[in-house]
Every structure is written in structure tokens, then in C-alpha cells.
Design a protein around this ligand. Sequence first.
Ligand SMILES: Nc1ncnc2c1ncn2[C@@H]1O[C@H](COP(=O)(O)O)[C@@H](OP(=O)(O)O)[C@H]1O
Ligand SMILES: [Mg+2]
Ligand SMILES: [Mg+2]
Ligand SMILES: [Mg+2]
Length: 398
Amino acid sequence: MASSLLPGLLSSTLPSRTLTRLSLQQFPIRPTSRTQYPSLRVLSIASMAYERELSVAKKAASLASRLCQKVQKALLQSDVQSKSDKSPVTVADYGTQALISFVLQREIPSDSFSLVAEEESGDLRKEDSKEILKRITELVNDTLSADGTYSLSLSEDDVLAAIDSGKSEGGPHGRHWVLDPIDGTKGFLRGDQYAIALALLDEGKVVLGVLACPNLPSRPIGEPEKHSLQNSVGCLFSASIGGGSVLQLLDGSSPTKVHVSTTENPAEASFFESYEAAHSMRDLSSSIAKKLGVQAPPVRIDSQAKYGALARGDGAIYLRFPHQGYREKIWDHAAGYIVVAEAGGVASDASGKPLDFSRGRYLDLDTGIIVTNQKLMPLLLNAVREALKEQSQSASTL
Ligand SMILES: Nc1ncnc2c1ncn2[C@@H]1O[C@H](COP(=O)(O)O)[C@@H](OP(=O)(O)O)[C@H]1O
Ligand SMILES: [Mg+2]
Ligand SMILES: [Mg+2]
Ligand SMILES: [Mg+2]
């Protein structure tokens, strides 16, 4: 588990000869009044089986959202790198992954710690990344010390090791944390929506999920602004299996249970899709929406904030149809999936098969992902089937 992270972590605080005999349990957590999350009411309505894991996941995601907000406020060009697949990655993606990996290992010590996460440290270990690594380490340490829970400081090696703890392959056995440190990095860079998405798999099933959406308004998307008090931003969705889905504000307001829209009438339903046109085929979504009789234009926002918004009923449908050849990763959906499922929604691939998170880092699925409420799902599946048939017919006549 934390073996790779632990020695470096402790090296600044302990004589090296003591390192082999120490475990993380020997460093008790010291909560302060500021870090006492308003978790009591949440825990009373959430499944007790994963109570501790859920509370740690919420704490980790909340801390990470502070780190991300700080970076988003003062985004510098030097904070952004381009990965080998040309997608952007920022100091906040790396910092969040290191921070959450550290908090999980520290607070839930386990010999079989496993984390399936998006980022890895390869680029940060290069000679020209020294400055960026220093900045990430400072960000992580500043966030930890501002919180007051931890009195130690991570070294650059600790940060690299914490990031690389996310290399697990996941799979159908045992427990695996699943993390997208910033989902919607493009939205984050634009100053729009993004989410910190953390879930836990147990024997191949998603058993809890936390979605921190620092820029998501507390009022429903699309609803006109009313009173200034209702205009706060920063939502924390959390769910554990059998415990329902809960929304609280990142500023710590009291939690409330959320439920997906109960509409049975597609004409009243609005649908979400990616803000980025390259991430989902818009002509296909629009053909599906038309067949269903959806009247409203699509609501386009980045990240798993779409799942959060759907879970509280802001819209009734989420359509995601990546271009051919794109393979969905489990961290792009695990947390959002359980937040919606526990709010009474259903998610499946385009052929109606449930999403299977037990097959490793990828979600191997048929064509796309669709999410809605129980009543609309059969209608939606019919519309998807017809639209896909038409799409393949028109492709074969070209
Ligand atoms: N061509 C593509 N098709 C579908 N999804 C893509 C994509 N390129 C990137 N993505 C994924 O889309 C995620 C963002 O989702 P959304 O479109 O809902 O905002 C990205 O997550 P990251 O931002 O974590 O890399 C990335 O994993
Ligand atoms: Mg990415
Ligand atoms: Mg993502
Ligand atoms: Mg990401």
C-alpha cells in the first residue's frame, strides 16, 4: 500500500532507522473544528457499511476542491502541460491526485490499498518539469496545512509516489478506489464546470461515490436567478450503496437527499451533453432527442457535473456518444454513476446493458452511455436504437 509513499513522507519528520517499524496507523488523525464535516446527518441516511470510507472520500474531495479553486483563480500558463495524447493536464490535476491518494492512504490504512486514477508522474519526472513539480508540492502542502488536520509536509518524491499509487488496474476482486482528480480539465481551464470524482469499487461494483463540483450553482441549472442567497456555487454530491444520494454545499451547508426528475413526458425533459463537441456526437443526440419528442435545446456542460445535475433533477437525460474508437475510462463515470443510481436514475450503454466497472481501467461498452429515470429509459432505448439504425443506414449509402 503506502509503502512507496510512506518512507519519503516520514523522512522529514523521523530518523530513518525507525521507518521500517512504523505504519500509518501510528500517526493518528488530529481533526480540528474546521475539518469536522457536517457528516452526522449524512451518515444517518447513508449505508453504514461504507460509512468511514464515505466520510474520508468527502473530506478528501473537499480538500481537493480548495486546491483546485485556488489554481483556477490564478491560472498561469505554466500550470498547464499537454499529455502524450495532447489532452491538457494542470498542476491542479496532479495536485488533486496526490492529495487524495495521500488522504486515503493516511486515513484508511490497508495493506491492499488500490487506486485506479487518471494521471501518472512520467512527465513530472522530466528535467524540464522541476518548477511545475515544486509548485504542485507547494500546493498540496499549503492545502494540507491550511486545513490543519496534518502537521507533516510532503516532499517532491512523496508527491510523485502518491500520484503513481493510482496505477492500479482495478478489476472484479477486492476494493479499488477510482479517481478522476479533475474531470473536465478543459472546462476547468475555461473557468467553467469541472468535478473531482472519487468512487470505491468493491468486488467489481461501485459502492460509493463523491462528486465535488466547485463551480456548480446551488440552484438548478436553467432556473432564473432569484435571491442572492440562493446563488451560491460549489456542490458536493455523495452516495453509498443503498443509502441514497445526498447534496451539500462545499461551504458545509446541511445535507439534503436528492432525487432524479420523475417526469414521464419527454416533451418536458431536457437533456445534458458534453460542452466539448469532440466528446460526443451531437447529430446523434439531436436525432435521439427529436425521436423522443424532447423540446428543449441541449444543456451543454463539462464533466460529471452532468451526473450531479441529473441526480437533483435539473434535467432528465444525459446522452454521451463518443466517436468510434474512443474507449471510456472508469474514472470518467464511476462516481457520477452511483450518485445518479442512488438518486433513482438508471445508466446503461446504448444497447441497454448496465455499465460494468469490473473490467479494469476501461468501460467496455456498446456505442455510448445513456442516463435517465426509470420511466423514460424504455422510451429512450427505443429512440437510441432507431437513431443508431438510421445512422448506420446513411453511412452505408455513402
Ligand atoms: N474524444 C473524446 N471522446 C469522448 N470523451 C473524451 C474524448 N476526449 C477526452 N474525453 C474524456 O471526456 C472527459 C470530459 O468529459 P465531458 O465531455 O463530459 O466534459 C475527459 O476527462 P478529463 O477532463 O478528466 O480528461 C476525457 O476523459
Ligand atoms: Mg484528462
Ligand atoms: Mg475525466
Ligand atoms: Mg481528469
